[in-house]
Design a binder for this molecule. Structure first.
Ligand SMILES: [Zn+2]
Length: 165
C-alpha cells in the first residue's frame, strides 16, 4: 500500500510532522468521484478529466485530511499511486502553515534548483508547490536518493537541517 511505503521512507521527525498535520485520510474510488468532491455540482468535471485538468489528490488544509485517488490515467499518462501520494504527503508534511516552505532557506533552494529543473510546471508557481515536487522526488520511488543529492544539493541540505532527510 503506497501510503505505507512513503511513511517507511520518512525520518522519525517527518512522521511526527505528519501526525501533527494529518487528521485523517479519505480515499476515492476513481478520479471522477474525487474531482466531484473537489468541485461539487460542477457539470464540467468529466470534461475537465478528459482535458487532463483533474486533480489527482489534495491535502485539505482546513480539515487536515489527505484526499486521494487510486492509480489514475491522467492526460494519457498513468501515474502510480506513489507518485500522487508523495506530492500530497509533501503538502501534509509542510502543514497548513507551510512551516518548511515558508522559510527563507527553502525559498533560496527552491529558486536555485527546483525552479531551474522544472520550468513551466506547477513546481515553479510557489515555494509550497516546489516543496511538494521535491517530496515527489524523495518519496515517489522514481529517483534514487543519491541522484537527488547530486542534483538538488541545497534542497537536500535544507531537508537534512530540518531532520527530514
Ligand atoms: Zn500541490
Amino acid at each position: 500500500m503506497a501510503a505505507v511505503s512513503i511513511i517507511d521512507q520518512m525520518t522519525p521527525a517527518a512522521v511526527q510532522h505528519l501526525n501533527r498535520n494529518v487528521s485523517g485520510y479519505r480515499f476515492f474510488p476513481d478520479l471522477l468521484s474525487l474531482n466531484q468532491h473537489f468541485m461539487p455540482g460542477n457539470p464540467a468535471v468529466p470534461t475537465l478529466i478528459t482535458l487532463g485538468l483533474a486533480h489527482l489528490g489534495a491535502y485539505n488544509e482546513t480539515t487536515g485530511e489527505l484526499e486521494l485517488d487510486g492509480p489514475s490515467r491522467f492526460a494519457g499518462k498513468t501515474f502510480g499511486i506513489a507518485y500522487t501520494y508523495s506530492h500530497e504527503f509533501g503538502h501534509a508534511l509542510d502543514g497548513p502553515s507551510h512551516s518548511f516552505s515558508n522559510q527563507v532557506d527553502w525559498d533560496v533552494a527552491w529558486r536555485a534548483e527546483i525552479v531551474r529543473a522544472f520550468p513551466g510546471t506547477n513546481a515553479v508557481t510557489s515555494a509550497q508547490e516546489g516543496f511538494s515536487r521535491f517530496a515527489n522526488l524523495v518519496y515517489g520511488g522514481e529517483v534514487a536518493r543519491a541522484d537527488v543529492e547530486t542534483n538538488f544539493p541545497l534542497c537536500v541540505e535544507f531537508w537534512r537541517r530540518q531532520s527530514l532527510w
